[in-house]
Design a protein around this ligand. Structure first.
Ligand code: F6P
Length: 341
């Protein structure tokens, strides 16, 4: 068999470990041929020979701990528009290219958008296996995605560091972490970093409640506070950065000096944690096993402590969000940590 591997959507730590997991298992265990497709789905259609790279044991060496993706990535939306399951003709260019490349399957490493595109490709008859990745941890159908643990480690370290400067200046520190739709990083890093207020897009918040929590802390002699905000939090001013609004409002309403920190892409860069490397290796290996046994149209996933897979059609278009009954939220509330309600 000959398989192609691509990474699509925002990068995250652990993609290279996955490419290595898929590639080495395919080469060494199943004796398949492996090519890397550069720059996401667009690499399939680019007709640039440099976008198709034969992957060998040698080219897959030394990448386990590397951040980013050796194959490059791109957003999938414009490619997705070319696929119309109701019109075979419209997608024929993609099928033709797949055949020209002599592929038996494409392994698509990506987040929600990628899995949606993968499901469409599968519905027009291509053999596809999806592997979920995103620091946001919001891919439906898997308990966890690689990249998340690394991002939580980075964000937690940042929050730890903010404690000392917040304390020295007796300030409120508002820190924004990634999470466009889902507050998983805010929840996990906020709790691990000992935040006093954690605001998640899923739960909403009342700015009056947030302010009174901070005023009350000051009254009880707590000289500083840490507020963790997910980037997807909605604000009345619809500003791109929720921290702008939250920081201004807190200072205005509490009269406590307040500063903001936006962690941004730092959370996505650099080496994956050991946990993410092993998760990526397990998912990559399982994806290759699915190919070898011709179980296409599926996304590998983690259920409890087991590696499993589910149909791509079940994943497409859904998000895995934080729910109010999550035990970290319940436990946090019992310890007087505010979630803005
Ligand atoms: O990959 C998910 C994510 O990290 C989101 O949290 C964030 O909104 C988005 O990527 C931003 O990525 P880009 O600017 O690369 O589109």
């Amino acid at each position: 068999m000959k398989i192609g591997i691509l990474s699509s959507g925002g990068d995250c730590p652990g993609i290279n470990a996955t490419i290595r997991g898929v590639g080495k298992t395919a080469l060494l265990h199943y004796h398949m041929k492996v090519v890397g497709i550069h720059n996401g789905f667009s690499g399939i259609l680019s007709n640039n020979p440099k976008d198709i790279q034969v992957l060998t044991e040698r080219s897959l060496s030394g990448i386990l701990n590397l951040g980013g993706t050796i194959l490059g990535t791109s957003r999938e939306k414009s490619f997705r528009k070319l696929i119309n399951p109701d019109n075979a003709e419209s997608s024929s260019i993609i099928k033709k290219r797949y055949e020209e490349l002599g592929l038996d399957c494409i392994v698509c490493i990506g987040g929600n958008g990628t899995q949606k595109t993968s499901a469409l490709l599968s519905s027009i008859g291509l053999n596809i296996v999806g592997i979920p990745k995103t620091i946001d941890n919001d891919v439906w159908g898997t308990d966890i995605t690689f990249g998340f643990d690394t991002a939580v480690n980075i964000a937690t370290e940042a929050i730890d560091r903010l404690h000392s400067t917040a304390s020295s200046h007796r300030r409120v520190m508002v820190v924004e972490v990634m999470g466009h739709h889902a507050g998983w990083i805010a929840l996990y890093a906020g709790m691990a970093g000992g935040a006093d207020v954690i605001l998640l897009p899923e739960l909403g918040y009342d700015i009056n409640k947030v302010s009174s929590v901070l005023t009350e802390r000051e009254r009880r002699g707590k000289p500083y506070s840490i507020v963790v905000v997910a980037e997807g939090l909605e604000t009345p001013d619809k500003k791109k950065r929720p921290t702008d609004y939250i920081t201004k409002k807190i200072e205005e309403m509490t009269q406590i000096e307040t500063r903001e920190t936006v962690l941004g892409y730092i959370q996505r860069g650099g080496n994956p944690s050991p946990f993410d490397r092993n998760l990526a290796t397990r998912l990559g290996g399982h994806a290759t096993e699915l190919i070898a046994t011709r179980q296409f149209g599926r996304m590998v996933c983690i259920k409890g402590d087991k590696v499993d897979s589910i149909p791509l059609s079940e994943v497409a278009g859904k998000l895995k969000l934080v729910t109010p009954d999550h035990d970290l939220i319940i436990q946090g509330q019992r310890m007087d940590i505010s979630f803005g309600q």
